[in-house]
Design a binder for this molecule. Structure first.
Ligand SMILES: CSc1ccc(CNCCO)cc1
Length: 424
């Protein structure tokens, strides 16, 4: 009401002029500089109120009051109903956006994202993993021998950390790596989006493969909370905790080949993709983002329509598909073999590779051949390891980073959840 009185005084006294302003100085306001046009004249720059929610019924209601006419009951009810709808919408205004940074400049082994934990905030770089649902970190509870350059979370240094007494966790991943520990709750912030009392699982023990990954300070599980390993009471993922406060119950992955991408929470950034997003159903049992691809093509070959049930897993580097698809792909690669020595398909690094296309409904996502020549089997070798490997020993097909970075992927946590794919 203060601003209204101020504005009325200025307008009422004719101080605001329609004359072209001759700027003789500026005065500070919270919307930037306002030009002062000489004695007794001012020009006011209008700014949009981002939180204003239009209420048509209220505009009509005010007109009745302005001309002294008693508003009818239906109008009073309409104003209340619209306000209620606006308030419900206003409750969900949180969004976040954070970088997805390759842990290695030469090979996209994994991507880490900066997060803040606790008070004062402790910044760690965590691997956002849609293939699991534990949020765990290297911590001050680890023996020094298991830490090799990682940043640790020290709950004792956070005034908002609270131990979840008698709760423990223990997890083993598909690649055999593992970790276990105890549980705190604390403030957890990703790209400006904060969840209070997020379960932060502190490692007391990690396997050597984690110790060796000095750029990964822990994981943020973005699978479904049914997979969380905390006992006796399982905990919710960051996404499940954040969902009720977000504009939309979504997060998106825009991973990139050998460069920095982004994870967005609560909104879909139209600038990050081309064409349309094709959504397909998700089977949330047992807790992965499981969907069915409609088929594949090798290079410029014919599209083979066949259902491929698999998971979208940002925490897995490569793509793992049925042996028949691998045979179809690698028979097009000069010198390719399935090597027992290296545990998968390898080929001469200078071999020409075809691209690989997979179907999402009628849509097609093509993985460029450069993403599939993954890395030399050992530093400096002229034999390269393929980005497409067989899923026969896993019992599950996995669309890992090699596929995800070829697309803009929407993990939609609605009811029911769906997954959307777009070209970019
Ligand atoms: C040792 S670095 C590492 C990063 C992520 C994960 C979780 N997903 C992997 C597929 O099981 C495991 C290990």
């Amino acid at each position: 009401i203060k601003e209204l009185i101020l504005l009325t005084i200025i307008v009422g006294s004719g101080l605001v002029s329609a004359l072209p302003p001759t700027k003789i100085g500026t005065t500070k306001t919270n919307h930037g500089d306002v030009p002062v046009l000489g004695k007794g004249r001012a020009s006011l720059q209008q700014v949009r109120n981002p939180h204003y929610r239009f209420n048509g019924a209220r505009a009509i209601y005010r007109t009745y009051l302005k001309y002294g006419v008693q508003p009818p009951d239906y109008l009073i009810e309409a104003v209340a109903k619209t306000d209620a709808l606006n308030t419900a919408a206003e409750g969900k205004r949180d969004t976040g956006s954070a970088a997805a940074i390759p842990v290695n400049p030469n090979y996209d082994i994994a991507y880490v994202t900066p997060v803040s934990i606790g008070t004062p905030p402790q910044t760690l770089h965590l691997d956002f993993d849609t293939g699991s649902s534990d949020l765990w970190v290297f911590s001050s509870h680890l023996p020094a021998s298991q830490i090799r350059g990682q940043t640790i979370y020290v709950p004792a240094n956070s005034s908002t950390a609270k131990l979840l007494a008698d709760h423990t966790w223990s997890i083993t991943y598909g690649d055999g790596s593992a970790s276990r520990g105890n549980v705190y709750v604390d403030n957890f912030t990703v790209g400006g989006l904060t969840v209070e009392n997020q379960a932060v699982q502190c490692a007391l023990q990690v396997s050597t493969s984690f110790t060796r990954e000095s750029n990964i300070d822990g994981l943020v599980g973005l699978g479904f909370s049914t997979l969380n390993t905390v006992v006796p009471k399982s905990q919710l993922t960051f996404f499940d905790n954040a969902k009720p406060h977000m504009d939309e119950p979504v997060f998106t992955a825009d991973l990139k080949w050998k460069s920095e991408g982004t994870y967005d929470f609560g909104f879909i950034d139209e600038k990050k993709y081309t064409g349309k997003i094709t959504y397909v159903p998700v089977n949330t049992s047992p807790g992965y983002w499981t969907f069915t691809s409609s088929g594949y093509a090798v290079g410029s070959g014919n599209f083979s329509a066949t259902s491929i049930v698999g998971i979208a897993d940002t925490g897995t580097s490569l793509v793992y598909l049925p042996p028949s698809i691998l045979t179809a792909y690698y028979r097009q690669v000069e010198g390719a073999t399935s090597s027992r020595t290296y545990g998968g398909y390898v080929f001469p690094c200078n071999s020409k590779l075809p691209s690989f296309t997979f179907g999402i409904g009628e849509a097609r996502i093509t993985i460029p051949s450069s993403y599939i020549s993954y890395a030399p089997v050992t530093a400096g070798s002229s034999t390269c390891f393929g980005g497409l490997q067989s899923s026969s020993s896993l019992g599950i097909n996995i669309w890992g980073d090699v596929a995800l970075k070829a697309a803009f992927v929407v993990f939609h946590g609605g009811n029911p959840p769906t997954i959307g794919w777009a070209k970019k």
